[in-house]
Design a protein around this ligand. Sequence first.
Ligand SMILES: Cc1cc2nc3c(=O)[nH]c(=O)nc-3n(C[C@H](O)[C@H](O)[C@H](O)COP(=O)(O)OP(=O)(O)OC[C@H]3O[C@@H](n4cnc5c(N)ncnc54)[C@H](O)[C@@H]3O)c2cc1C
Length: 527
Amino acid sequence: MYVILAGRVKVVGRDALGRSMSPDEFLQRIGGTPEDLDVVPGEVIAELGQLSGNPSAIDVQAIDEVEAIVVPPDQLRALLIAEAELGERILRALILRRVAMIETGFGGPVLIGPLRSPEVTKLSNFLGRNGLPFRVIDPDEDTEASSLVARYAPNPSDLPLVVILGGAVLKNPTKQELAQALGLVARTLRSEPYDAAIVGAGPAGLAAAVYGASEGLSILVLEALTFGGQAGASARIENYLGFPTGISGQALMGRAITQAQKFGAEFSLSTLVKQLDCISESSGPDPVHILHLADGRQVRARAVVVATGARYRRPDVPNLTQFEGRGVSYWASPVEARLCRDEEVALLGGGNSAGQAAVFLSSYARHVRMLVRAPSLSNAMSRYLIDRIAASSNIAVLCETELVQLTGTPDQGLQRVRWRNRRTGDEEEHAISHLFLFTGADPITSWLDGCGVNLDEKGFIRTGADVGSPGHQLLAMETGVEGIFAIGDVRSGSVKRVGAAIGEGAAVVAQLHSFLARRGSAASRKR
Ligand SMILES: Cc1cc2nc3c(=O)[nH]c(=O)nc-3n(C[C@H](O)[C@H](O)[C@H](O)COP(=O)(O)OP(=O)(O)OC[C@H]3O[C@@H](n4cnc5c(N)ncnc54)[C@H](O)[C@@H]3O)c2cc1C
């Protein structure tokens, strides 16, 4: 962050291709007056990425000679905490700036490729889920983009090209490669042990990070994909306390990661934990667990909080995986909603997430067909959603119905969907190229194999009284393996809701403190 003491600076909108937006166009998109683009003495230049030491996604130009104080990321975080009122104003400004940048798409990477290609959709989703600004340019409609394609991507399989701020060009990158190029994967991890490694950045893991870091623990959060977990895929969460008009999962989780970073929690996204080694360094004066990451690196932590949630269940239909990202989706974000505007869509599932998605999609799609296995919606869906679905003229609910067949081609993706009424055996087939699956989820625990963590009959992790014995009582989220805690959806008996996951994330921190104190670990004595 820079605090301007003298001179004048102007904010400019610029994309990774180096193209700047005229001040008029910039203001038209973000609102405000020309003066808003001038930074004058007493004001600050800062961008949200700087909280975590990432490069700023915004450009400024000095208009005349400038004198400024440079505040590095760790001191910026310290300031936000020490000066509550000032900290709130700065953080609010950073969040509003980032929102404006996401709306304009300026300041982030540029994707060059056919707008509707599955690869562009996949990377757009990834960037959107990470709360990053980006733009998509179709080379057929932009001469500069088409000359870049001619130069860098002679083969169609090289598309999309992704141009990163700074000029690097990636050819049809995987999400992992893109994450690395954008600095989402932590470049350096400290060698001394963290007080706690949190595995999973869904609501449970993010809450544990906020409370743990704010209470002085050294915290590293490792997340295989993007922050937010299942909640991040929710179009609108209407039952989370304090948001009477609802909030998108993305917005709620975006605020949470910013909050955790403010308190100094470290994050490594797109970082899969492959295995937990509970044995190698489990004795000695400061015993630790070793987490093996898929990229070959290792992390050492005194305690491990398992917050790995659950993975979407796949219905047993041939060819299903062939259409994933090519018409079959496990969530309904604005990206998918735009793709199915005015089209007919099918949605499988009868729980709350299916209901929310159906209501959300109904304002984009021409017609939404809900395929539900149960005889009615009332078994698994909240009343308010059932009422809303009943009131929507373009949602049809087909109960006692199962998916039978998907038809399409690798190029064009899904084209037809066939289903069967389980009671009558009658089948129907429709020209549908968007199918949304909301069929539940299985706990993610295979990376804990060999660790001795106790699972229930469905594979969820048992904790507390479920694994303790009269002579060996455990705290509510302790797994029975020294220093390993489980929270959120992955925990046996947990309530599978955002609010519950967040509550468990907060509660586990008190248990971490008592565990570290019991051990007399160097870290807990020091703090
Ligand atoms: C579409 C949808 C809508 C929903 N809407 C609502 C709602 O409106 N209200 C409500 O209360 N609940 C809702 N839910 C349920 C709610 O989202 C979940 O209960 C909640 O997200 C669980 O949080 P969690 O942190 O325990 O796990 P998750 O959200 O599942 O997060 C787990 C995280 O761990 C990561 N992970 C897994 N394995 C590894 C590994 N080996 N290494 C590193 N990272 C790993 C995953 O990538 C994931 O990000 C919804 C769920 C879905 C799918």
